[in-house]
Design a protein around this ligand. Structure first.
Ligand code: FAD
Length: 545
């Protein structure tokens, strides 16, 4: 401020001070109050005009009323917001903006605050000059004079229509998303950059309960660290997403192991104003996990059954080996005696009576050997009968044989009839039957004269309540003269497979007999051999054992 203007300001202040001291008659009290305020502001650097200018330029609507709420002043922002000019407003009640939809209780609250000398803030539904409604975020405050009496009211309001609509939209969208996330049958959790779970859905909370309060996301991430080779921190650095990582979690003593398929996506999660201008965005990991426990349990069960079937077969082979070794040993004695007697006869030594004695000994030793062998015969393993799905049995054996089929480059054409009635039977015996027939098919394909390397397996139901399982290979086929012999124990017709016991088809025949089924051998679909098994549907009335 220049020297000249300071002197002028000081002069004005002196004149005002003497005017207030001895005011002329009839000067209104409000005028004296206003002048007093100006004089008291003498020490302040900002002149009152500046305050007026500020109010004029403010982007919020400002009005000053008398105690009857009649407008004395409205700033340009007020004019712009309401559509009225200052001249139209001055002298009118603020209720000019009132919209009949604002509940009367809101006005009562406003007025009870003002009459109590307090300020009030709230939202009203106003209407412009053109009757367009808008939401006003209003603050009203009483203005006191030096004697502490309310002389005016000050009103400040903003149009919050758009912001409120936006806010409502965001809120309703947020509620909708939260609902969807909560009701989703998958587990969803959002982890912040420090790995802390900041959002989780219901399914996640339920799992957390199942895990006795342990944080599922942390256990999943620890497991995934091993699977992906990256820790949470490394995934964050690389901004690396992941998809369908299979993990297993031991939930607790009562709940056992559970399996999940987890995907993770890094998303931007900034909502802090201080990060508005930052280049580097803050991220969170959205973890979505689907539970696969049911499927995995079925798979594990099938695997266990397959292992059991394999072990049973191995045991059966071991048993046969033991019996054959025992039989060899038992037959060795009588055979030695027969050789000794034949040598004696060749050399003409010994009289006929001693030879007869040797033959009797051979007879006795042979009888003892037979009795011992019969005593060694193991009882057949009792297996309960139950409803069996033929497709499932074939599928299990195909799973068990998968490695061999792959190794031997054999294509399997598996054509099950999707829905088949069940048969009642002994599942392991039926598995063993199918396994023998598939093994035979593979052996046949490895024989000279095989036309192709394909195994076709078909299941179907016939009109006479039978289930047919057809196993056809592309081997050289079965010569007509062997068709009956193949069911004899120890018959081996393979030229390439030396170590065969020749017990496969007799076992198949026995299982079929037990189940009231039958077998038919014919030429395959592409040459080779086609075996058609027929088994009766449903429970059987009588069982052999
Ligand atoms: P009214 O019948 O006038 O009032 C409704 C109820 O309010 C009455 O039943 C009574 O309980 C109470 N009331 C009204 N006037 C008084 C009073 N003088 N003393 C004590 N109680 C009273 N209203 C808006 O709708 N929009 C605005 O933007 C707005 N801004 C305002 C700004 C200021 C500074 C002030 C002081 C008031 C403002 N008002 C505003 C309130 C306005 O003055 C009216 O009270 C309101 O609009 C309701 O008017 P009405 O004619 O619909 O109903």
């Amino acid at each position: 401020m220049s020297e000249v203007s300071r002197i002028q300001d000081q002069d004005i202040a002196n004149i005002l001070a003497s005017f207030i001291d001895q005011p002329p008659q009839g000067v209104p009290a409000e005028v004296l109050d206003a002048l007093t305020l100006i004089v008291q502001n003498d020490n302040q650097a900002l002149p009152p005009k500046l305050f007026f200018e500020v109010v004029e330029h403010l982007a919020v609507a400002i009005s000053i009323t008398n105690t009857q709420a009649e407008i004395l002043y409205a700033n340009p922002a007020f004019e712009e917001m309401t559509g009225y000019t200052a001249q139209e407003l001055v002298g009118k009640n603020q209720s000019i903006l009132s919209n009949s939809k604002t509940p009367i209780e809101v006005y009562q609250e406003l007025w009870s605050a003002l009459l109590g000398g307090r300020k009030w803030a709230g939202v009203l539904l106003n209407k412009r000059k053109d009757s367009q409604p808008y939401l006003a975020d209003l603050t009203v405050a009483p203005v006191f004079n030096a004697a502490g009496e309310v002389t005016h009211y000050l009103g400040i309001h903003r149009d919050v229509t758009e912001m409120t609509a936006l806010q409502k939209k965001v809120e309703s969208q947020k509620a909708m998303i939260e609902n969807v996330i909560d009701l989703a049958p998958v587990m969803i959790a959002l982890l912040d950059e420090n790995g802390k779970v900041v959002v989780e859905n219901n399914a996640y909370k339920v799992l957390m309960g199942d895990m006795g309060g342990r944080e599922p996301a942390h256990e999943f991430m620890a497991f995934m660290g091993g699977e992906l080779g990256d820790s949470f921190e490394q995934l964050k650095q690389k901004k690396k997403n992941f998809d369908n990582v299979e993990i297993r979690v031991d939930v607790g003593v009562n709940m056992g192991t559970r399996w999940f398929s987890c995907s993770g996506t890094w998303i931007e999660v900034d909502d802090q104003p201080d990060r508005y201008f930052e280049e580097q965005r803050h991220r969170g990991l959205l973890l979505v996990c689907t539970e696969n426990t049911k499927r995995m349990r079925l798979f594990e069960e099938a695997k266990t059954n397959a292992i059991k079937a394999l072990m049973a077969e191995q045991q059966a082979v071991e048993g046969i080996r033991e019996i054959v070794s025992g039989a060899i040993f038992q037959l060795q004695g009588p055979l030695n005696m027969v050789s000794a007697a034949s040598e004696m006869m060749d050399r003409g030594v010994g009289d006929p009576s001693s030879l007869r004695g040797v033959l009797r000994q051979v007879q006795d030793a042979g009888k003892t050997a037979l009795e011992r062998l019969q005593a060694c015969m193991p009882d057949s393993v009792g297996e309960p009968r139950m409803p069996v799905n033929p497709n499932e049995i074939v599928r299990e054996i195909l799973d068990v044989s998968f490695d061999r089929l792959l190794r031997e480059n054999i294509v399997v054409s598996w054509k099950p009839t999707p829905v088949l009635p069940t048969i009642t039977g002994r599942p392991n015996a039926l598995r063993s039957m199918i396994k023998h027939l598939i093994d035979n098919g593979i052996d046949a394909i490895n024989e000279p004269g095989a036309t192709d390397r394909e195994l076709t397996i078909v299941t179907r139901a016939t009109d006479d309540d039978m289930i047919e399982i057809i196993i056809a290979d592309t081997g050289p086929g079965m010569p007509a003269d062997s068709v009956l012999k193949v069911f004899e124990p120890f018959y081996v017709g393979w030229t390439r497979r030396r170590k065969s016991a020749g017990m496969g088809l007799p076992i198949v025949q026995q299982v079929l007999n037990e189940h009231g089924g039958s077998l038919h051998i014919s030429e395959g679909f592409h040459g080779g051999c086609k075996i058609t098994l027929s088994l009766p549907v449903g429970p059987r009335e009588s069982w052999d054992s």
